[in-house]
Design a protein around this ligand. Structure first.
Ligand SMILES: Nc1ncnc2c1ncn2[C@@H]1O[C@H](COP(=O)(O)OP(=O)(O)OP(=O)(O)O)[C@@H](O)[C@H]1O
Ligand SMILES: [Mg+2]
Length: 583
């Protein structure tokens, strides 16, 4: 650090220089005021030790001049003089001196005072440097502070404005210098004041008390009646000792973001609604598709029944005519045979009469004819023929009767054109169905019929026969080699009950609850569609009846159907739907 010694007396100057470090290049000297000023301006010493009385310019004047000059750093000035009056001392300080040393001085004291000056200058420099740094960092902070889009306002405990950034300045009435230190509420534009007048007080007070940051949403209308939403964050700013000095309020306009999030929320909700509607529609579609498949399959079954009916009606018509004339011809043939037998008997009594005549009384030719007749009788076994012809005719009659019955059963089973409910004889339906499916059953099972004389039910005979057929076919299919199918009818309360049991493989207990489900089958692909029991279930339900199954694996199965007895048209009763139970 440069030190300038100003002294006109060369001895004093030499002594002084010695005391401060003779060969120290930082110590410069001047012998008069003018030289001192010149060296000061050119070399900028930081400590000046000057005599008061000097040629060309006094030490006091030099002091004033230095103080008036704008220097880079502070200059510490010590004035030396023999003047020891108080006024003189005061005059020196008044001129800007920092210290005063009375002559004659002690050289060590002078050195110590010079060192104090150096220390003060060092402190001053440090202080300057820190201040400079502070200014730079403040400028930086300020720049960022002002560049932020958020409105930032700092207030003291009484909500007086401490600092404000550019964004917040826009909502204030007045310039920066006009508003600092003033109560915040009075400075605000109309639309903003509500929050600062009502909510802020409490929040600032809480901030001072709790030292915790808090956030709130503030909604209000601007001058154009547009809704504005601001997020207000209250940040207590503490001193080193932890006490809150100011509270900073950061306001962020989130109107647009809020609107976007509202829009997104609305869109999301719409999307949710659409997707749930889609799911619903999908489910409806799936169930419609299932229903369609079911209906299609059922229709195919009904159509099959209707075609069987139609075919049966045609076949019956075609068979009935020839059967009719075969049957009537057989009757005529029988009558003719009776006549022929009568004639044969008469021929034979004639032959016996002729043979009783005395030997030789008959011409030889007649005797030869009788012999030939008897030979033919023996040859053709006329007695056997006479007996057998009748039997044959009876057999033929029985055959035509059977043809008639089969045709009748076929017609009854299929009931072509029967599309309305009618009084239905269950025993008859079972009988005709059995005859139709007998071919399927006869190689595997003996059929035991235990029919009671049951009252009629009201229903669609063709459909009920379809139920019996599906159950009987299943029963036959359940029997592997040979078994028994028992068909029982009877009356239970006001219901006609049909029990169809088989000694087949039985149904697995886990399958029982699914037996009436559409498409449930345990049969190989192509062998079973799994619709037989579902169709049966639906038909019985349509008749207000009840169908259930009892089964034991390996022992057999019984299907029990109950149908309401017919009282008068339309009165069909309302029993429960089908259930499956394991025996
Ligand atoms: N009497 C029975 N004995 C053993 N199992 C049976 C009997 N009746 C029905 N089932 C079981 O119930 C299933 C469903 O019967 P359903 O008649 O509905 O269909 P399916 O016979 O498999 O096919 P289809 O549509 O050709 O009738 C059968 O696959 C079989 O497993
Ligand atoms: Mg079946």
């Amino acid at each position: 650090m440069k030190v300038m010694l100003v002294e006109d007396d060369p001895v004093s100057l030499a002594l002084l220089k010695k005391a401060l470090g003779k060969s120290d290049p930082n110590v410069i000297t001047a012998r008069n005021g003018a030289e001192a000023w010149e060296r000061f301006t050119s070399e900028q010493p930081r400590v000046v030790i000057s005599d008061w009385m000097l040629p060309s310019m006094s030490g006091i004047e030099l002091c004033r001049k230095i103080r008036a000059e704008k220097t880079k750093g502070y200059t510490y000035i010590i004035i030396m003089t023999a003047k020891d009056q108080k006024e003189d001392v005061l005059a020196a300080f008044d001129a800007g001196a920092d210290d005063y040393v009375a002559k004659p001085y002690d050289i060590r004291e002078m050195n110590a005072r010079a060192n104090t000056g150096k220390r003060i200058i060092q402190l001053e420099d440090t202080h300057q440097a820190l201040q400079q740094k502070l200014i730079i960092s403040r400028t930086k902070v300020r720049t960022v502070f002002d560049a932020l889009p958020e409105e930032i306002i700092s207030v003291d405990r009484k909500i007086r404005l401490d600092s404000i950034n550019k964004a917040a300045l826009k909502i204030m009435k007045g310039s920066y210098s006009e508003i600092i230190g003033k109560p915040c509420c009075q400075l605000l534009e109309e639309s903003e004041s509500d929050f600062y007048e009502n909510t802020i007080k409490q929040m600032v007070q809480d901030g001072f008390k709790t030292r915790k940051t808090s956030t709130t949403l503030d909604r209000y209308k601007d001058a154009n009646s547009q809704e504005i939403i601001k997020e207000r964050t209250i940040i207590p700013v503490t001193r080193e000792d932890g006490a809150v000095q100011t509270v900073t309020i950061v306001s962020r306009d989130i109107t647009e973001a809020h609107q976007h999030s509202e829009e997104i929320r609305a869109l999301n909700q719409k999307l949710k609604k659409i997707s749930s509607e889609l799911i619903k529609k999908n489910l409806t579609l799936e169930s419609t598709l299932k229903n369609l498949e079911r209906t299609q399959a059922q229709m195919a079954q009904s159509e099959k029944m209707a075609s069987i009916g139609q075919l049966a009606a045609g076949v019956a018509h075609e068979i009935n005519n020839p059967t009719g004339f075969v049957s009537s011809n057989l009757k005529t043939l029988g009558d003719y045979q009776t006549d022929m037998n009568r004639l044969i008997e008469e021929y034979q009594s004639l032959k016996t009469g002729l043979k009783t005549l005395p030997f030789g009384s008959l011409p030889e030719s007649i005797s030869a004819m009788i012999a030939k007749l008897e030979a033919t009788e023996t040859e053709i076994d006329i007695e056997f023929i006479q007996d057998d012809v009748n039997e044959l005719i009876d057999d033929c009659r029985e055959g035509t009767e059977r043809i008639k019955k089969i045709v009748e059963d076929l017609k009854h089973f299929a009931h072509p054109g029967e599309d309305r409910m009618t009084e239905t004889d269950i025993n008859k339906g079972l009988e005709s169905t059995l005859n139709v499916v007998y071919n399927e059953i006869k190689y595997k099972a003996t059929v035991v019929k235990e029919f009671d004389d049951v009252p009629v039910v009201y229903g669609f005979p063709q459909q009920l026969n379809q139920v019996f057929m599906n159950i009987l076919v299943n029963a036959a299919q359940a029997i592997e080699k040979s078994g028994r199918i028992t068909i029982k009818t009877g009356q239970v309360d006001q219901m006609v009950e049909v029990r169809i049991s088989d000694t087949g493989c039985g149904i697995d207990a886990t399958h029982l609850p699914r037996i009436f489900d559409p498409f449930f089958t345990t049969k190989d692909v192509g062998k079973g569609t799994g619709l037989g029991m579902n169709i049966a279930y639906n038909i019985i339900k349509k008749h207000n009846g009840d169908i259930r199954v009892e089964s034991a694996k390996g022992k057999g199965t019984t299907f029990i159907i109950r149908l309401p007895i017919y009282n008068e048209p339309g009165d069909a009763g309302t029993p429960d739907g089908g259930v499956a139970t394991s025996a």
